[in-house]
Structures are given as structure tokens and as C-alpha cells.
Ligand binder design. Structure first.
Ligand SMILES: CC(C)(COP(=O)(O)OP(=O)(O)OC[C@H]1O[C@@H](n2cnc3c(N)ncnc32)[C@H](O)[C@@H]1OP(=O)(O)O)[C@@H](O)C(=O)NCCC(=O)NCCS
Length: 170
């Protein structure tokens, strides 16, 4: 069932709830540990780009994170992970959190976002196949899984290899 979710940037008080969302949304604890490692990495973390969708009691139920990466030498953002509490999935919380993250990134004057994920999910936000823009990875992934988005038509996507923040280990 669709729902109108409020969104906001994470606060320090949200950190345990975010850990719990990410831990329960994914089959292994790796993604939750990744979020904590990114938060501890000043080269990756950008204040204001960890967004939560909250319920009527302001409790986070969904989370979307953008951290610094590069396409070649150009600074860009990596969208990962995106997670919604299992019992709240498919009710628009993920969409709300991702949209809020993209708007926050635009507000910070960022130009480009890449995502490695479900090719059925991310095109709704405007992501297109990265390889069509000459963007690739150093690891083998299904071509359609790597997607990219420009936030500003005046800044077309640069071609190049995505260099993730160190905690990704890619
Ligand atoms: C994927 C995820 C973030 C989507 O958030 P959500 O709040 O459940 O989804 P929304 O309600 O915003 O959007 C619903 C749409 O997402 C699609 N969707 C949900 N889970 C999906 C998945 N695992 N793969 C592909 N599409 C998915 C639904 O089919 C639905 O599509 P429709 O609008 O065309 O009918 C969430 O389901 C989740 O946390 N899944 C587990 C963790 C995960 O896979 N994260 C993403 C890693 S790339």
C-alpha cells in the first residue's frame, strides 16, 4: 500500500535505527557494517546525504545513503545502500528516501550519482545504464546493474571508471 512518507536527514539519534533497518533489510550484516564504516570515513561521508523516511512517530523506516565516489577524476556520489524495514517494504518508503537524497544532493550542488543495484528499481529516479555513458567498474557486474544519473543537464555524465570510497572494498 502506498503511503506519503516524511523524510529528513539522519541525526545522531537515528544511528541505531538505521543500523537496524539495514541489518534487517539485507540477508547479511555486511551492509549495516558498511554504513558505519562510511560514516567513520571523512573522505566518503557528506553531512546531510544520509536520508531517512520516517513514520508518523518520526521513527526511521527507510534509509538512503549517498557518499563520495569518483567517476574517473570527477567527484560523484554513490547511492548505497538503500534499505527499508521488511514489514514496510513496497509502501513507498524507499522511493521517498531516495528522492529526498537526490534533492539533498542537488541542494549541495552535486552533479552526478551512480548506483549498483536492481535495474528494475532505479530507472524511476532517472538513472540510466552507466555503460551507455562510458562509465564502468573495475569488477564484473551485470551491465544493467550499474546505473548513473546527472542532477543537472548542464553537467552531462563524464565517462570513466567508478572509484568507490575505501569501505566498499571495490
Ligand atoms: C529495494 C527497496 C529499497 C525498495 O524500497 P521499498 O520501499 O520497498 O520500495 P517502494 O515502495 O519505494 O517501491 C516499490 C517498487 O519497488 C520494487 N521493488 C521492491 N523491492 C525490489 C527488489 N528487491 N528488486 C527490484 N524491485 C523492487 C517493487 O516491485 C515496486 O515496483 P513498482 O512500483 O513498479 O510496483 C526495499 O524493498 C529493500 O530494502 N529491499 C531489501 C534491500 C535491498 O535490496 N536494497 C536495495 C539494494 S540495490
Amino acid at each position: 500500500m502506498s503511503h506519503t512518507w516524511n523524510t529528513r536527514a539522519e541525526t545522531g539519534a537515528d544511528i541505531p535505527a538505521i543500523r537496524d533497518i539495514v541489518r534487517t533489510a539485507f540477508p547479511t550484516p555486511e551492509e549495516a557494517a558498511l554504513v558505519d564504516a562510511l560514516r567513520a570515513d571523512p573522505e566518503a561521508w557528506i553531512a546531510g546525504l544520509s536520508l531517512v523516511a520516517v513514520d508518523d512517530d518520526d521513527r526511521p523506516v527507510g534509509h538512503a545513503l549517498l557518499t563520495r565516489c569518483h567517476i574517473g577524476d570527477s567527484p560523484a556520489l554513490c547511492l548505497a545502500p538503500v534499505a527499508v524495514r521488511p514489514e514496510r517494504q513496497n509502501s513507498g518508503a524507499g522511493t521517498a528516501a531516495v528522492r529526498a537524497a537526490i534533492i539533498a544532493a542537488e541542494g549541495l550542488g552535486e552533479h552526478h550519482v551512480v548506483v549498483l543495484g536492481h535495474p528494475e528499481y532505479y530507472p524511476r529516479f532517472g538513472f540510466t545504464r552507466a555503460s551507455a555513458h562510458g562509465i564502468g567498474l573495475t569488477i564484473d557486474v551485470p551491465d544493467e546493474a550499474l546505473m548513473a544519473l546527472t542532477l543537472d543537464a548542464a553537467h552531462p555524465l563524464p565517462a570513466g571508471t567508478v572509484r568507490y570510497a575505501a569501505p566498499f572494498g571495490i
